[in-house]
Design a protein around this ligand. Structure first.
Ligand code: F6P
Length: 255
């Protein structure tokens, strides 16, 4: 471990790029578990990267979560993005309105003077309910816009934390942990080396859609999330990871 301690961030970016299969990795110094300023820095780094890749007419899908909230908060207020459309990647869940994707979508769109669409359905429905909901023409129309997203900005969480936040019972959480679940993204739970152990049925984008978009930007940091970030893998050639030093050093250990 001494060796990884002395590695510079540039070097770690290269290792993570290669090992986790990202086209680019951006690491901000520090550990957001220890220092809340690092969380804002992470949001700022992600916002800066995304501002550089947006093109006229892009449809941008956001997931929820506190990290994506920081990304939205850090995004520079500009009106040159008027022809963008912002959409939530999936439905919403839980009671914490401030970090729900719909809320983040509206707030980013307002900052940019962009158009936006909201998806007013829960994220954790049964297959049967899901089918019924998709028969509603208004929802179908929003979902078809979401499916056309060509940029996705998403958070990555710990499997245990996210299972709780998604309201799974103790038995289901235990099952996930027994299956080796470590990381969660898009409602999909990953065990080591990107092995998918559970995919939640949902309206909107799934891990499979992530392959097709122009840009997929994952934003997640903190030592406590290193293990989770190391487990999640995106199979496409389009994924970028924006993380912090705390997570990055932990990921190296988890590899
Ligand atoms: O619930 C949306 C989501 O993006 C999850 O897929 C992810 O695991 C989580 O939020 C990350 O949340 P936070 O940034 O608050 O840790």
């Amino acid at each position: 471990e001494f060796v990884s301690e002395i590695k510079g961030l540039d070097e770690i970016e290269e290792i993570l790029k290669r090992e986790l299969h990202y086209k680019r990795v951006i690491i901000v110094p520090g550990d957001l578990d220890e220092d809340p300023n690092v969380k804002s820095e992470l949001g700022r780094a992600a916002a800066k990267y995304v501002a550089g890749i947006l093109r006229k007419g892009d449809i941008i899908a956001l997931t929820g979560g506190s990290t994506i909230r920081d990304f939205v908060d850090s995004f520079p207020k500009k009106d040159e993005y008027g022809d963008l459309t912002i959409v939530p990647a999936r439905g919403s869940m839980g009671k914490d309105i401030e970090i729900q994707s719909n809320t983040l979508v509206a707030s980013l769109a307002e900052k940019l003077g962009a158009s936006y669409r909201l998806l007013n359905v829960p994220d954790n429905m049964s297959e049967r309910t899901l089918e019924a909901v998709l028969e509603e023409s208004e929802i179908r129309e929003v979902v078809s816009t979401i499916k056309k997203a060509n940029v996705i900005i998403l958070g990555i969480g710990r499997a245990d934390v996210m299972a709780k936040r998604r309201g799974l019972g103790p038995e289901d959480i235990n099952n996930l942990i027994t299956l080796g679940a470590r990381g969660e993204a898009f409602g999909t739970y990953f065990a080591r080396n990107g092995k998918i152990v559970k995919k939640a049925a949902a309206v909107g984008l799934s891990i499979d859609d992530s392959l097709k978009v122009k840009d997929l930007v994952a934003v997640s940091g903190g030592t406590s999330k290193g293990d989770a970030i190391a487990a999640v893998r995106f199979a496409g050639e389009n994924a970028v990871l924006v993380t912090d030093e705390g997570a990055a050093r932990e990921i190296i250990k988890a590899l």
